[in-house]
Design a protein around this ligand. Structure first.
Ligand code: PLP
Length: 443
């Protein structure tokens, strides 16, 4: 396949569905370009008007194995003729998927608990940690995103998600995340000696009542703008929290199953978290999430204390098993690493000449492009960011709406099956769009 735009965009059918959406759905979801998906295959999306786009979104970093992979579809079809739901009764797919997750994650993690959504997984991690540990305080980071329900809002670090929803769960301490392009402590990476880790002591001194329990973090902050901690940060954090007897929870809902060029992002730093939250790519399209952890933590829960109506259902687990098999068999982790590196190199070249591409960062196929008014002031440029995404849409490339603390980051995350030539085509389109938008803005 190849990108093919046959109508003016949005086309007539797309316009109709967007209007219906405005009428019948709340406008609480993120504001995407009016691309109304009808079907998708591998990295190709066809909209309701028959236009074909290259997918740089993977939904929202979900469809790691590509859209509607034949083996994945077959596994779901086969299971759909057998059994959909049997609640907490043991079913073979759930147990086999739990076994597989334990095998894939570091050896000290020896149990897995299947759930439905990423938020359910992160909140479950916190519940388990609190039950296991005598403390209850959770240390988290500015910019963190762990989901949108009440617990996850509380230990999330972006007010945009929680503003106006009333008092949230107490017992959360908030520390600055190493957003080195805009260091919250006003430091420079070359000279800071990771001052943000030393600052954690100040956070504890000023916010803790003496009941520290766990620290929760994403490996790189996704929603805050694909922010990757600098070398050494994770190692120092891990040492710091061990000295204080705190558990480490890593939210790998977005960063796992090959997305960063490793099965799990924790492998980049050799981390040994006590609990990991998984989601998105695990089901690769069918809702499926999990907590993988140390047995002694997970076993503190007694029967009936934690379960979920659809968690671990045989259909989702069949999809999960098929997705993991495809990732393994087709070498998608390695593909993400190799193609991701090529894409980053391409973006870094564009960064040299573009006056509005302020920063390029990424791991594997999770890449963020930060758009600014100019490189000297680094003033965030959310309107220019939207314009670049719109220009890409007009050229047959699908990108998700801007992310980031300031709404000025373009997220590039194609399915892990993407071939290098198409990845580079997409990089070129983003380059063209950046040029067009900078020109229109008189830059
Ligand atoms: N954690 C992270 C790091 C995420 O990126 C997300 C979703 O974007 C979540 C948790 C929440 O997942 P869900 O939307 O499936 O509840």
């Amino acid at each position: 396949m190849a990108p093919q735009i046959k109508t003016e965009l949005p086309g007539p059918q797309s316009k109709r569905f967007v209007e219906l959406s405005r009428r019948y759905e709340p406008h609480s979801m993120s504001d995407q370009v009016p691309l109304v998906w009808e079907r998708a295959e591998d990295v190709w999306i066809t909209d309701v008007d028959g236009n074909v786009f290259l997918d740089f979104s993977s939904g929202v970093l979900v469809t790691n194995v590509g859209h509607c992979h034949p083996r994945y579809v077959e596994a779901i079809r086969e299971q759909a003729g057998k059994l959909f739901n049997c609640y907490d009764f043991v079913n073979p797919n759930r147990v086999l998927l739990a076994e597989k997750l334990v095998q894939l994650t570091p050896p000290h993690l020896n149990k897995a608990f299947l759930l439905t959504t990423g938020c359910e997984a992160t909140e479950s991690c916190v519940k388990m940690a609190r039950r296991f540990h005598e403390g209850y305080e959770i240390l988290t980071f500015g910019g963190a995103f762990h989901g949108r329900l009440y617990g996850a809002m509380a230990f999330g670090g972006n007010v945009g998600v929680k503003r106006g929803f009333g008092p949230l769960m107490p017992g959360v301490l908030m520390a600055p995340f190493p957003y080195c392009y805009r260091c919250p402590l006003g430091q420079k990476l070359e000279t800071c000696d990771l001052a943000c880790i030393d600052y954690l002591d100040y956070v504890v001194k000023t916010q803790s009542t003496g009941a520290l329990c766990a620290v929760i973090t994403e490996p790189y902050q996704g929603g805050a703008g694909s922010i990757i901690p600098p070398p050494g940060w994770f190692e120092r954090l891990d040492e710091w929290r061990r000295e204080r007897g705190m558990l480490l929870i890593v939210d790998e809902v977005q960063s796992s199953f090959g997305r960063t060029g490793k099965w799990f992002a924790i492998e980049h730093w050799g981390l040994e978290p006590d609990l990991i939250a998984l989601g998105k790519g695990l089901g690769s399209g069918v809702p499926c999430s999990a907590v993988v952890g140390r047995a002694e933590i997970m076993d503190v829960l007694k029967p009936g204390e934690m379960s979920s109506t659809n968690g671990g259902n045989p259909l989702s687990c069949a999809a999960g098993l098929a997705a993991l098999e495809i990732i393994d068999r087709e070498g998608l982790v390695e593909n993400a690493r190799v193609v991701g590196e090529a894409m980053l190199a391409g973006f870094r070249e564009i960064e040299q000449r573009s006056p509005i591409l302020g920063d390029v960062r990424g791991m594997g196929l999770a890449i963020g492009l930060e758009i600014v008014e100019d490189k000297a002031s680094k003033t965030p440029a959310p309107e220019l960011t939207k314009a670049v995404i719109w220009e890409c849409y007009q050229r047959g490339l699908c990108l998700i709406a801007p992310i980031g603390f300031y709404g000025n980051v373009i997220r590039v995350a194609p399915p892990l099956t993407i071939e290098r030539n198409w990845a580079e085509w997409g990089v070129g389109i983003i380059g063209e769009a950046l040029e067009a938008v900078a020109r229109q803005a008189g830059k």
